[in-house]
Design a protein around this ligand. Sequence first.
Ligand SMILES: [Zn+2]
Length: 276
Amino acid sequence: MRIIALCLTLAGCLLAAGSHAVQTPADSLADSTATAPNGSAYKKYRLRTVVLDAGHGGKDNGCSGRSHQEADVALAIIKDLGRQIETNMPDVKVIYTRKTDVFIQLDERAAIANRAHADLFISVHCNAGPPGSRGTEVWTMGLHKTTANLGVAQRENSAILFEKDYQRRYNGFDPRSPQSHILFSLFQSAYITNSLRLAQRIDRQFRAGVGRESRGVKQAGFLVLWKSTMPSVLVESGFLTDRREERYLGARAGQQAIAGGIYQAFRAYKKDIEGR
Ligand SMILES: [Zn+2]
C-alpha cells in the first residue's frame, strides 16, 4: 500500500518534471549577449555560479575510519576546492551549503542551489565498504545497475533518518527500500548529459592527474541530487574504511590533491560548455 502511494506521488512528480523542456547549456543557463561574426547579437553561455556541498555535518558524521570522519574530510576538500575556484576564477560565484560543522537537511542542500540559480552542484563525500574496497567514484543521478551501487545510495540517503519529518518531506521515500530508489532515480533526466560530462572529467582527473585508484562513473538515486535543477554530481573521494585511503584523505596533502582534481575537471568543463 505504501509503495502504491509512493508510486502515485512520484508519478505526479514525474509528470510535473516532464513538463519542463529538456534544457541545453545554450538555452537554460546564465548567459550574456555577444556579437556574432555577422554582426547579430546572440546569447553566449557563461557558467557563473557553482554550489559546493560538503556531505553530512553536525549530528550526522557520515561514515568513519579509524580516526577520521566523513563530515570533516568532505568539508576540508570542499573548502580547498572553493578556495581554488575563488582564487583562479573571480568571475565564478561560489556558494557553500555549509562551511562549518553543522547539520543541513538533504533537500535544503538542493534548495540552496536552486534559489541561487546555480549552474552546477558538486557534492563531496567519503565511502565505506567491506575489506578490500578502495578507489574513487563519481556519481550522477540515475538508475543503479548493481546492488552494490544501490548500497552506496542507500547509505548516503540514510542521512535523512536524522531529519525529524523525513517521510513527509520526501514524499514517503524510505532510504531502506530498493523500490523507493528505483522510482525516484528516474528523475533529473534533463540534466544528465552535462552531469555525466562533468563526472567523466572528474574521474579522468582522479585517475590521470591525481593518480588515484578509480571505480569509475556510476549512477544511482541520491536524494541530495534529486531536486537540484542543474547538472549535479556526487563525488566519493575514497574509502575511510581502507587504512591507506583513510591516511591519504585525512592528510592535508591528500585533501588538496582531491580538491585539485575536481578543480581541474571543473575548469575544463566550464571551458567546454562555454564553447571556448
Ligand atoms: Zn556521505
